[in-house]
Design a protein around this ligand. Structure first.
Ligand code: DGJ
Length: 365
């Protein structure tokens, strides 16, 4: 009997030890492990909520971090392209790795997804009409001169996504707020025939299911907002230049009480800088800048992070998560995630405060 009991205790201890412990809080800046105990690898990411599940898509950063070398053709610190990862979660804290949903290409240097290129800031949206999942991503050459956006499509949120093409947006098309390309000049006029530059980007789907691409354009100096086609696979040619000359990267957009909110960073490569924010009554603007929403110690460097997405939490009012990357430019795979609750104050300004550790109950207070 004694032996049977000890055996039972042993088995129960082993079983408990084997059960993965559920996390209950978010610890910005710490290594975030997935449910298998591996660090989450989803940088410059975006979230999608679909049928009770959150999906987190991001850049896989792995392998050697190559430093800039003036004898070589790359303009900045980089890793080889591996692809886009996807993680799923019901509680936004415990994430299951769903694998690589868009894979790099190893043997065709002419392909956009060739390992020596750049693949950044993937964002996935669901098209209710076509029932397809559409992924938009910044694709670039090693020297960042291709400056294009790529699009891929899948029948499932967990892929595989089939790569369609990359585009330089709006070739030979004037934006809604420009009468002649020469009235602007600069990179805008230079790229008028070839299509506008598109680097850091995000996609926003409005309540009427119309979707818009926000991207850093014109050598990162000016942002552009472009309307997507009904199937979200291309652009309609309707677009606007916004935040002229304000040099913003890392855009994130959400809507609250009929108003559109925007967050971004300045342009300092992998280094943090003060965040930007803005509000508009219409997606097409006018956009009114609201300044840096960060408060307290570390505010001037956005708590050593750069925005990537703002997630409205399902079923909670005025509950938004600011998602950002804390880049480690010496070892890009060791970059961390900064997720913080985002508040909107009485004057309808965004407010972001540091928390060492927090959980979703913060939104119920
Ligand atoms: C800042 C951008 O936001 C990142 O996505 C990346 O492109 C780096 N610049 C490269 O320096």
């Amino acid at each position: 009997m004694k032996t049977v009991l000890s055996l039972m205790v042993l088995i129960s201890v082993m079983l408990t030890g084997c059960q993965s412990k559920k996390d209950t809080s978010i610890k910005p800046g710490e290594v975030w492990l997935d449910v298998d105990g591996n660090p989450i690898n989803a940088h410059g990411g975006g979230l999608l909520y679909h049928q009770g599940m959150y999906y987190w898509y991001g850049e896989i950063k792995e392998g050697e971090t190559y430093l800039p070398d003036c004898n070589k053709s790359w303009g900045g610190t980089r890793v080889d392209v591996t692809g886009v990862s996807c993680y799923s979660s019901k509680d936004l804290v415990n994430w299951k790795n769903e694998g690589i949903v868009l894979t790099s290409v190893k043997d065709d240097p002419s392909h956009d997804l060739y390992k020596d290129n750049v693949l950044e800031r993937p964002k996935v949206v669901y098209n209710a009409k076509t029932k397809k999942f559409v992924l938009w991503v910044h694709v670039d050459s090693m020297d960042y001169q291709k400056a294009s956006c790529g699009v891929a499509v899948s029948d499932n949120p967990t892929g595989p996504f089939v790569y369609q093409q990359s585009i330089r947006p709006n070739a030979n098309i004037l934006p809604l707020n420009v009468e002649h390309q020469d009235s602007i000049g600069g990179a805008f006029a230079r790229d008028f025939e070839k299509g506008q530059m598109a680097r850091d980007m995000t996609v926003f789907v409005d309540d009427d299911n119309k979707a818009y691409l926000f991207y850093s354009s014109e050598e990162n100096k000016t942002h552009q907002i472009a309307e997507l086609s009904d199937d979200y696979l291309s652009l309609t040619g309707k677009y606007k230049r916004v935040f002229e000359g304000r040099s913003m990267e890392a855009p994130a957009v959400f809507k609250r009480n009929g108003k559109y909110y925007f967050m971004a960073s300045g342009c300092t490569a992998w280094e943090p800088n003060p965040a930007r924010s803005a509000v508009a009554e219409s997606i097409w603007g006018p956009w009114k800048e609201l300044g840096n929403p960060c408060v307290g110690e570390g505010a001037e460097k956005t708590f050593i992070s750069q925005s990537t997405y703002i997630l409205p939490i399902q079923g909670k009012k005025d509950a938004y998560i600011f998602m950002a990357d804390r880049w480690n430019k010496d070892d890009l795979p060791d970059s961390r995630y900064i997720w913080l609750p985002l508040r909107i104050d009485e004057e309808e300004k965004l407010v972001l405060q540091w928390h060492d550790e927090w959980d979703l109950a913060i939104f119920d207070k």
